[in-house]
Design a protein around this ligand. Structure first.
Ligand code: DGT
Ligand code: CA
Ligand code: CA
Length: 577
């Protein structure tokens, strides 16, 4: 069975989790996490690279040892070292580690002092009040755990969009090679660019009599065929992703695509509009009585009810019909609109590539500028910059900008917002920069009021440009911190600063509805890769998808502005004491 990059990444993450519970060297743990991240972002398949005899150590963050482990996983399906650690640490402890706020130290205490190995056992212990007495716990933590554990029941397993993309793209390529197949396109939440998807919905048009379904169910990664008919089939892949396929005739393509793109709420509303016009819409077409009046294209389906085509990311029945009827659909931002990226790291801190490599990669993607925004000193684990090292980097940026490198590097910092809302570097340092990106990396559990005031205070700082990953959430891993986001957005408006839409697939932060709030408040967003390697720049597309779900238009995106327009906007946020 072929091994995908995401499979190897999952193994490395698991290994890192296990090592963390065992209390291994943090740098060793980090190496596995970085490698997992590299693999997730990598556009080419490492198994294919190995087959071609390519050297994996040329990838960012992959040394000899990791390259050998990747080869081992590709060839044998697992790594001996992972199997060893799986034997010493109960697998379910790793589940405990996934609870936001529960680190390896606490997991160890739960395991050793209470013998807890599963989430169910933990829930029971918390219900019985046995957790609060443990070292490092307490009433508040026990309540928090209980809340978290009770909320988990019935939660379906969803897959992050970028992970689903790896599996979807290779399956789509496979189906396209099948004789007689004309079009293969992903619909459903995948096409609407939701942060996570429940299952993958594929639509196929094919010549009559072609054996698409047989080919679909004989895909080598199929774990189980759940249903198979002449025009539809469902199966589960080994990676656990469920896939639904429909084969439709060409004349129904648009209607089927519209139907299976959803969302359900959008479709219900559309059908009601059709009914009022005496029309019926289903996955085969738009009908007046028995006569099909539209269906070959999506445009024709919408036109039949008097609407312009509506971009998939807006199809949530959250105002798109009113906007469409009024001729006020937003001109959504596109990847090609981005002129630069305002959040990136290099080897100087926890990134994997040099300044020069990052600059070249951004230039090769057609960007006009790239802001280098390293972590500040408080993030010691990420080798955050102090004043001295920041100055050294600024000189290096000057030197590079003086060479004909084909892109402008902007001087920035991702400065920690400290617990009291002050910034982690002195004004004298910040004043030398083109922009200051502020971020919360600690004290996630402050009260709503304290957290909000902390962030507002940071924004009040004379040097503050962009609030990075504003909610702090990590999809499926960490809930957002408790903050009054509407107030933060209003404050950004008053202070003339900006909010980030962090494009990393695990963050996608701002959330779509908060993007809408920012838009309504007149606050521009910056769609940033937060790149820790050259490959991460490829994540910008997920940030764009998120912004599009938030109705963001090109003109509302800070980094869709050319450099000569960007500079005055940045200046406005600097030196305004
Ligand atoms: P997911 O898979 O949970 O991430 O979300 P979707 O939106 O992909 O939902 P899914 O896979 O259940 O169905 C795909 C699309 O098919 C959905 O967005 C709209 C359409 N659809 C499915 N079931 C129904 C239904 O009962 N009524 C209507 N109107 N549309 C449906
Ligand atoms: Ca779906
Ligand atoms: Ca489905």
């Amino acid at each position: 069975m072929p091994v995908h990059n995401a499979d190897i990444a999952a193994d490395f993450d698991e290994l890192a989790d296990l090592l963390e519970i065992e209390g291994a060297n943090p740098f060793r743990i980090r190496a596995y996490r970085n490698a997992a991240r590299t693999l997730r972002d990598l556009p080419q398949d490492v198994a294919a690279m190995l087959a071609k005899g390519q050297d994996l150590t040329e990838l960012p963050g992959i040394g000899k040892d990791l390259a050998a482990k990747i080869r081992e996983i590709v060839e044998t399906g697992t790594a001996a070292m992972l199997e060893e650690h799986r034997k010493t640490v109960p697998a379910t402890l790793v589940e405990l580690l996934k609870i936001p706020g529960i680190g390896p130290k606490r997991v160890k205490v739960l395991y050793h002092d209470l013998g807890i190995r599963t989430l169910d056992q933990l829930q029971k212990a918390a219900e019985e009040g046995r957790v609060r007495t443990l070292r490092g716990f307490g009433d508040k933590t026990e309540q928090y755990l209980l809340h978290h554990l009770q909320a988990r029941t019935g939660e379906a397993k969803r897959v992050k969009l970028a992970i689903a993309a790896q599996y979807a793209e290779s399956l789509i390529a496979y189906l396209k090679e099948s004789p007689g197949v004309e079009r293969v396109v992903a619909a459903g939440s995948y096409r609407r660019a939701k942060e996570t998807i429940g299952d993958l919905d594929l639509l196929v048009t094919a010549a009559p009599g072609s054996a698409v379904m047989d080919r679909f169910v004989s895909y080598p990664e199929v774990e189980e065929v759940l249903a198979q008919g002449a025009t539809k089939a469902s199966l589960r892949l080994a990676c656990k992703l469920q896939v639904d396929v429909r084969v439709v005739p060409g004349e129904s393509y648009g209607a089927a695509l519209q139907y299976f793109t959803g969302s359900k709420a959008h479709n219900v509303a559309l059908r009601q509009m059709a009914q009022r016009r005496g029309l019926k819409i289903n996955e085969y077409g738009v009908f007046k009585g028995d006569r099909a009046v539209a269906g070959a294209t999506e445009e024709s389906v919408y036109a039949a009810v008097g609407l312009p085509w509506i971009p998939p990311e807006l199809r949530e029945n959250r105002g798109e019909f009113d906007a469409a009827l009024a001729g006020r659909l937003p001109r959504l931002v596109e990847v090609a609109d981005l002129k630069g990226d305002l959040h990136a790291h290099t080897k100087a801190t926890d990134g994997q590539n040099s300044l020069k490599e990052m600059a070249a990669a951004a230039r090769d993607r057609g960007l006009e500028y790239l802001a280098i925004t390293e972590h500040s000193r408080r993030l010691a684990m990420a080798k955050g910059l102090d004043s001295q090292r920041l100055r050294e980097q600024l000189e290096e940026i000057d030197r590079l900008n003086d060479t004909a490198i084909g892109i402008t590097l902007l001087k920035g910092i991702e400065v920690d917002i400290l617990e009291d809302g002050s910034l982690d570097l002195p004004d004298d340092d910040l004043s030398r920069l083109d922009l200051v990106v502020g971020a919360v990396h600690s004290h996630f559990r402050l009260s709503r009021q304290k957290q909000t005031e902390r962030i507002l205070r940071a924004m009040d700082h004379p040097y503050f440009t962009i609030l990075a990953h504003p909610s702090g959430r990590l999809i499926d891993e960490r809930a957002p911190y408790d903050v009054d986001m509407p107030r933060v957005i209003r404050h950004a408006r008053e202070r003339g600063c900006f909010l980030e839409v962090n494009a990393h697939p695990i963050r996608l932060d701002l959330a779509d509805t908060d993007c809408q709030l920012a838009k309504e408040a007149g606050v521009m967003v910056s769609i940033n890769s937060d790149a820790h390697s050259t490959l991460d720049l490829g994540n910008l597309r997920y940030g764009v998808g998120q912004a599009r779900r938030g109705w963001i238009e090109t003109r509302e995106v800070l980094n869709a502005r050319p450099l000569h327009e960007l500079r005055p906007l940045l200046m406005r946020t600097m030196r305004r004491a």
